[in-house]
Design a binder for this molecule. Sequence first.
Ligand code: OSB
Ligand code: MG
Length: 372
Amino acid sequence: MKITGCELRRIRLPLVEPFRTSFGTQHARELLLLRIVTPEAEGWGECVAMSDPLYSAEYLDGAEHVVKRFLLPRLAVAPELTAAHVAPLLAPVKEHRMAKAALEMAVLDAELRAARVPFARYLGAVHDRVPAGVSVGIMDSVDRLLDAVAGYLDEGYLRIKLKIQPGWDVEPVRAVREHFGDELLLQVDANTAYTLADAPLLALLDPFGLLLVEQPLAEDDVRGHAELAKRIRTPVCLDESITSARAAADALTSGACSIVNIKPGRVGGYLEARRIHDVCTAMGAPVWCGGMLETGIGRAANVALAALPGFVLPGDTSASARYYAQDITAPFVLSDGHLQVPDAPGFGVEIQPDVLDEVTVSSDWVTLDSLR
Ligand code: OSB
Ligand code: MG
């Protein structure tokens, strides 16, 4: 494939309700979309970086800059380009995995559309629908949390994840467990809000039969997680720390975690995400698909990924309506607690141009010949 150009589009989608985590409160999702144009087809990529560098070091303005200044020029001069070439071509540029992932994604969509192959088939997916969990933000009171969880369970969600932080952990977990019963699939996510000194506090979660505790300690604290895992009964799952297949193998081998949250953006793309799935599955570790408040584009791709055989736990792959009143593609809807895996070529979803224009903040066009 030869890329003619790339559109970089910044959009802003209001969230249906504020989403509070241990690193901040979001009222809207700002995003960077990439549209790759080739003579054969077009492809869309979604960058999962957030406005501020609070979840990860990457952030939107930085991602847009690195795509234009360092990544697109490397693709422009490539003699041959398929999605599989993107990561090796961009490897000399350190880190910036979310920016790289967005580019790989756009190339992948274009390539698969040109070949008329659905992404799920390309990946080796084995399911035509995937079970949906939901990530529930920190609330002002336990009563409001119970209302929110009850609402999601009524809608059919099959697993609840509670965001926690010091001061909002044992009490909300106990309340949800007592109110909804032992059968509820329940897990928590701390987004690095604790230290190893909090091990006795985190052990207080042991009696509640949680599926896992996600990223309790700092991103680079592999040793701390391994030590913590010995001191608590709840299985430790890593999110922020897992930046590659090698990081996943290291974390599992050292006992830092026994479960992995796979987020393609965080690891540099869907091809590395699949390798993480393969490594974890080979090592006997369950994986599940995380989320970054994606639009329908990223959601479509995540749902296909989550249909691989090693994804044995429900993911944060919620319906579009959990996030947005109006998505830029046709919405993903919950049916019997599941989302359907798209089966059209590429990621299998179409952008609604009128909606896209409404939510666009800025747009830029880069002609690749100008970089050659
Ligand atoms: O830690 O999994 C996380 C959202 C933004 C950034 C980090 C995380 C999350 C979520 C929500 O938990 C996942 C989703 O529903 O998309
Ligand atoms: Mg997480």
